[in-house]
Write a protein that binds this ligand. Structure first.
Ligand SMILES: *Cc1c(COP(=O)(O)O)cnc(C)c1O
Length: 375
């Protein structure tokens, strides 16, 4: 079967390999069968392995849903009675965590920093010192709205210094940027199958400290479907999700994990970095400006400023590229007009070269000046 290859430069879902797509075509199976349970067991271990977690200390728990679901799970499940969450917010994805806390009515302190800068660690330290009731610290690794890389290891160390648990949103970076859960001072890191692992949508998971999950059995249960401890206990007792899992999506993840380990952590990250470099080369050639200082970028996402050209219309350029097999994505920054190009997925620098040839064609077609104009 020939499947058209689209190059997705949006921040997930990612371009997948044909072998991952085809892995979904399996004989019908009831997920309660031993065969399936065995596969789940291996997947749970492999997910811990991706971040080099010691299986004696860390476990993984999967949920059926997009990445935001696992954010919801971690936030609603890991806060003890009478304690507070500290959210470090320098972008749209941390702002989402703030919203989740608000929806659950969780006691929360929000530390807001400018979106184009990394958080001021001395303020984080002071805040933790002055607020002993903070039991959970939350930060985003790669802020996907801007592409900024946050210093999670340092934030985790501060959380631990003050006796708090550290939850990192590594949804964009897991399986991309090498992460070492213990060295990086992470108690819980989250991810979703459709991002760094280049599998399908609809499956997300957390890799976390097993003792802390067990401890959370005593915390208030704020959700029925999305409670971390209840799902963990079911996995431990029955080896599977509490409710019907996305069966075919899990077969695709199995294949994607095999391909992940075959490519290798370092080689894979090198490939993504070379894609990222090629994106910068193309942008520079056409005169585009990025929003975040280059040295602060994680290597995953480039937020590009709209040119000041009266003929510029993002939707038109998007459609021009889309019709030719390339997907670009609008920005997520309130005060700035940006679009995003991401180095995620089963793509190579030559795909990016082809993309920029199409983009240039599109700019000429719509009579946008090259190099693009800024005031
Ligand atoms: C993609 C992403 C999410 C989750 O988004 P979904 O659309 O729910 O999958 C959360 N945080 C970050 C940093 C992300 O990149």
């Amino acid at each position: 079967m020939e499947i058209k290859r689209n190059i997705l430069l949006n921040p997930g879902p990612a371009t997948t390999t044909d072998t991952v797509k085809m892995a979904q075509l399996v004989p019908d199976i009831c997920p309660r069968e031993t065969e399936f349970v065995k596969m789940m067991h291996k997947i749970r271990k492999d997910l811990v392995q991706v971040v080099h977690g010691d299986l004696e200390k860390y476990t993984s728990v999967l949920f059926c849903g997009s990445g935001t679901m696992i954010m919801d799970v971690c936030l609603n499940s890991l806060l003890p009675e009478g304690k507070k969450i500290l959210i470090i917010n320098n972008g749209a994805y941390s702002a989402r965590a703030v919203e989740i806390c608000e929806f659950y009515g969780l006691p929360m302190l929000e530390l807001k920093f400018p979106v184009d800068q990394t958080p001021d660690l001395s303020i984080v330290d002071e805040t933790l010192k002055d607020n002993q009731e903070i039991a959970l610290v939350y930060a985003t690794h790669n802020e996907t709205g801007t592409g900024i890389l946050n210093p999670i290891r340092e934030i985790g160390a501060l959380a631990h210094k003050h006796g708090a648990v550290f939850v990192a949103d590594t949804i964009a970076s897991y399986g991309m940027l090498p992460i070492d859960i213990e060295k990086d001072q992470i108690d819980f890191c989250m991810a979703s199958a459709q991002k760094g692992l280049m599998a399908m949508t609809g499956l997300s998971f957390v890799v976390g400290n097993t003792a802390l999950i067990q401890q959370s059995a005593q915390y208030p249960k704020r959700s029925y479907y999305c409670n971390l401890y209840l799902q963990y206990r079911f996995f431990e007792e029955k080896g599977e999700m509490h409710f019907t899992p996305p069966v075919q999506t899990i077969y695709a993840l199995r294949q994607a994990l095999d391909e992940y380990f075959a490519e290798g952590e370092e080689a894979k990250w090198k490939r993504h970095l070379s894609v990222f470099e090629e994106i910068h080369t193309g942008l520079k050639r056409l005169g585009f400006r990025d929003l975040i200082r280059r040295e602060l970028q994680a290597g995953l996402v480039v937020a590009v400023q709209y040119p000041d050209d009266e003929n510029w219309n993002f939707e038109q350029i998007h459609d021009y590229c889309y019709e030719r097999g390339f997907t670009i994505y609008p920005g997520k920054i309130a005060e700035q007009n940006t679009f995003r190009l991401c180095a995620l997925g089963a793509i190579t620098p030559s795909d990016i070269q082809q993309f920029f040839a199409i983009l240039e064609e599109g700019l000429r077609y719509y009579k946008i000046q090259i190099p693009v104009l800024y005031q």
